[in-house]
Design a protein around this ligand. Sequence first.
Ligand SMILES: Nc1ncnc2c1ncn2[C@@H]1O[C@H](COP(=O)(O)OP(=O)(O)OP(=O)(O)O)[C@@H](O)[C@H]1O
Ligand SMILES: [Mg+2]
Length: 207
Amino acid sequence: MKILAILSQKGGAGKTTLALHLATAAEAAGKPCAVIDLDPQASAAGWKDTRPAETPVVVPLPHSRLTAGVQAAREGGASLCIIDTAPHAEGAAMAAARAADLVLIPCRAGILDLRAIGATADFVKIAGKRAFVVLNALPPRASHILNDAREAVAVHGIDVAPVTLQQRAAYGHALTAGQTAPEYEPGGKAAEEIAALRDWLFAELQL
Ligand SMILES: Nc1ncnc2c1ncn2[C@@H]1O[C@H](COP(=O)(O)OP(=O)(O)OP(=O)(O)O)[C@@H](O)[C@H]1O
Ligand SMILES: [Mg+2]
C-alpha cells in the first residue's frame, strides 16, 4: 500500500477536493483506496456521509491515531491510503508527512498563495519526503501564471506537478452531491484533468 499525504498550511487550497477526487479516481482504476481525514472539521468524512457509493472508505481520526489508521487501511486491503489534513495544524501535518511515501501540496496560483508554501515545505523537508505542488483552480489561459508559479515554488526546492487543475464549477457542485467531478460530469474537462493527475500520481508512486 502506498501512502499519499495532502498538505497545505493555507486554508481553502484544495486539499479535500484533491484527496476525494484522487481517491475516487483510484477506485475507478481498480485500486482500493482509504482516505484518512485528520481535519477536525471532517469535511471529507462529511462528504462520505452524503455519498451513495460505498467507496472510497473515509475514516476521520485524530492525528495521534494515524499509525493505527494506516495499519487498518493496509489490513483492509487498500492499495492507496490518502491522508487529508487541516490547515494551521502543525502536529497533524508533521505526522502525515512522516507517514507518507509522497506529499502533494495543492496551491492556488496567486503570488501570496505561492509565497505561503514555505510553511508547508518545511514539514516536507523535516520529514525528508518527496513532494510536488499541484496548482489548483487556475484561470483559463494561464500559461504565464504557470511559469511564475514554477519559479516561486522552486525557491523551496519543490517541483510543480505536470498536471494542473483549472477553476471549474463541477468540482464544487460534485462534492455538494456526495460525488466527484468525473461522476457528476462524465466526459467533462474536470474528468480529463483528474484522470491525468491520477495516472501521473500512479507512475510517481509506482502503483
Ligand atoms: N479547481 C477548483 N475549481 C473550483 N472550485 C474549487 C477548486 N478546488 C477547490 N475548489 C473549491 O474551493 C473551496 C476550498 O476547497 P477545499 O475544501 O478542497 O480546500 P481545503 O484545502 O481542503 O480547505 P481547508 O483548508 O479548509 O481544509 C471549496 O469550496 C471547493 O469546492
Ligand atoms: Mg479540507
